[in-house]
Each structure stands twice: as C-alpha cells, then as structure tokens.
Design a protein around this ligand. Structure first.
Ligand code: PLP
Length: 354
C-alpha cells in the first residue's frame, strides 16, 4: 500500500531524491567510493557544496546580490543563538508567533535587550500579529515565516527599514517570496529541504563584523562563510541530499511553480476542513499555513473511526503537536495532491458513515 507521509519533520522528500541519495551512499558517480567515505576536501565534495550553495541562492533569487549561503550544523535551534551572537549589539525586536519564536527569544536574551514587539500567545498562537510598531533603532527584527506547530504563515513581510532576520525552517523554497527583503534567514533542512543534520543560512555579507563582541569561531557566520562552509567537516550526507532536492525544486520550475502547486494542495484541504461538519480548523483563516494545516474534530468520539480510516488508507504522521492537539497535515513540496485527495476522502467517509 502507498504510504502518504504528512509528517511535520523530518518529512517527505521526492522518491527520486531518496533513490539518488541512497545510490551515492553506495557509490558516488562511478567513483568507486561512497559519498560518506570521501574527503570533504576532495574536488568531488567541494563541487557538491558549491552546487548546494549556488542552488540555494538561485532558488531564492539572491545570486550575485551580496548574499552568502552557508551550511552549518546544530539545526535551527543553534541559529536562535547564532543570530543574536552575531547581530545583537544593543537590542533586537522579536515577534512571538509560537514555540519556535519563544525559543529564539530565550536565546537572544543572553546577548542583549529583547523587545517582544507583538505576540499571539493569548490566543494559543492561532494568528499572526499585524500592525505592531517597529522601533527604528533596533539591530534587527526577528520573524518566523511559518509556524510549523500552530499552522500559521506570514503572508506579508512587515515594512521597515531595520534588518530582517527570519526562521524559515518549514517554508523555505515553498512559495514565491521576496527573499531580498531579508538580511538573514535560516532553515533546518529536515522540513522542506533535506534530511536532518544540515542548516542553511543565507546572509547578507554586509552583516559580517557588525557586533563588537568576540565570537567563537564555530559560532561566527563570517568564519564559516570565508571557509566556504568547510571550517570543520560538514554533514556531507545532509548537504548532498539537500543539494539533490534543490536540483529537484529547480527541475519542477522553482519556487514559483511549486508555490502554485502548494496553494492548490492547501486550498483543497482547507476547503474540506471548512465544508465538512466533522472538522474545524485551528488557525485564523487569513493566516493559514500552506505547509502545515492544523485542524480538530468537532466530536472527540470521532477520533477512533477517523484514525482507523486514515490508517487503512496509508496516511502517516497526521497527529497534531501536543501543544495544539487534533491533527496536523504537513504538505511540503514533495507531497503530491493525490495524498491530499486521499486524506479528503477519509474526511468525507467519516462524515458520511458516522
Ligand atoms: C523544526 C523547527 C525548528 C527546530 O529545528 P531544529 O533543526 O530541530 O533545531 C525551528 N523553527 C521552526 C520554524 C521549525 O519548524
């Protein structure tokens, strides 16, 4: 039976990407050697890293625009710390849209003053705050473009002259977006880019050397950038597989084309959530994420039959995060519309039979 993988992360990747990655673990491009046994300083791997960084800039429309793409380790969680370490001199603004922004705020407080400019905590992060004022003298404004757990997504980038920093872990490469409005953004690979173990950071080179504090080498963007992401041994498998997936994104027509498909997928699922008397959506309609749809059953007693229906249709990873409950359907780039149709079928069967 075909499995439909709605897991929030680590999550679905295109089959062909996994097949190519698996083949390279056995033997990389007819070299007689495995991807994971060659030197990261070999020409073969340097070419892979180069291609990964170039693709990341191409897909975000930032090639030759003064940005550098680097691959690091430590997940998005290390970026909560590194962004502040490298950029926070006096004070920074944060918008609190859920679990991940909270964690970013906590780390940033170790380095300077953190102004929580807006929060939707009082509504369990059902919506994205808007219309808050942004002081002009902050070092940067930190946003989370997609709130993986609560299923909300930033649609409009706030207008401001201050540097913008964003956690894009769960929606990078998922839509046409003006990435050039951001001065730095980062994404743990395992949501929409590749396997866990690599983190992509895209940073404006003008941001290097902005703070007066001494930054330990491993936490310095400038050092990793100058070393072309090879300051220490990079996570070769995660970078390689992310590179393959970025090639796939490009072959699909880039973020514009995938964005259109993602919109269709999301429209189909949210349409059913709104139509079906058994279900209710969690996130505010105007802020609904095209990557993670959060929804609940109206009657908790329906959980047993619905879960059984999902199971018998091969649906995997639909359980909501413990802080929201209910269900969460993650619809990353590699998930096809057929998988959404199967889920919608299960929802309709529940309504008709129970
Ligand atoms: C998953 C996730 C994180 C945490 O990523 P790690 O790689 O586990 O550190 C941070 N931010 C967002 C938006 C996420 O979805």
């Amino acid at each position: 039976m075909k499995v439909h993988n709605f897991s929030a992360g680590p999550s679905i990747l295109p089959k062909e990407v996994m097949q190519q990655a698996a083949a390279a673990v056995v033997e990389l491009d007819g070299s007689g050697l495995s991807l994971i046994e060659i030197s990261h300083r070999s020409k073969a791997f340097i070419d892979i890293m180069d291609e990964a960084c170039t693709l990341a800039l191409q897909l975000t429309g930032l090639e030759n625009k003064g940005y550098k793409a680097i691959f690091l380790q430590g997940g998005a969680s290390l970026q909560f710390l590194m962004t502040a370490y490298n950029l926070l001199e006096k004070k920074a603004g944060y918008v609190n849209t859920g679990t991940w922004s909270n964690k970013a705020i906590k780390e940033a407080k170790l380095f300077g003053k953190v102004l929580e400019l807006a929060s939707s905590k009082e509504a369990n992060y059902k919506y994205i705050p808007k219309g808050y004022s942004i002081p002009e003298d902050i070092d940067y404004l930190h946003l989370t473009t997609n709130n993986t757990i609560f299923g909300t997504q930033l649609k409009d980038i706030p207008a401001t002259g201050v540097p913008l920093v964003a956690d894009m872990s769960s929606d990078i490469f998922s839509r046409a977006f003006d990435y050039s409005k951001f001065d730095l953004f980062y994404a743990g690979a395992q949501k929409n880019m590749g396997p866990s173990g690599a983190t992509l950071v895209i940073i404006k080179e003008a941001l290097f050397g902005k703070v007066s504090r001494i930054i330990p080498s491993m936490l310095s963007y400038q050092i990793h950038a100058e070393a072309e992401s090879m300051f220490n041994t990079p996570p070769v498998f995660a970078v390689y597989t992310s590179m393959l997936n970025m090639r796939w994104v490009k072959s699909q027509g880039g973020v514009e084309k995938l964005g259109e498909k993602n919109k269709l997928k999301a429209t189909l699922l949210y349409g059913e959530i709104d139509r079906n008397s058994k279900f209710t959506g969690f996130a505010a309609v105007e802020d609904r994420s095209e990557m993670n749809a959060t929804f609940n059953l109206v009657n908790p007693e329906d959980a047993e039959p619905f879960d059984a229906l999902c199971k018998s249709s091969g649906i995997n990873g639909l359980k909501g995060h413990r802080s929201v409950g209910g269900y969460r359907a993650s619809m990353y780039n590699a998930l096809t519309i057929e998988s959404i149709e199967i889920l919608v079928d299960c929802m309709q069967t529940l309504e008709q039979k129970y």
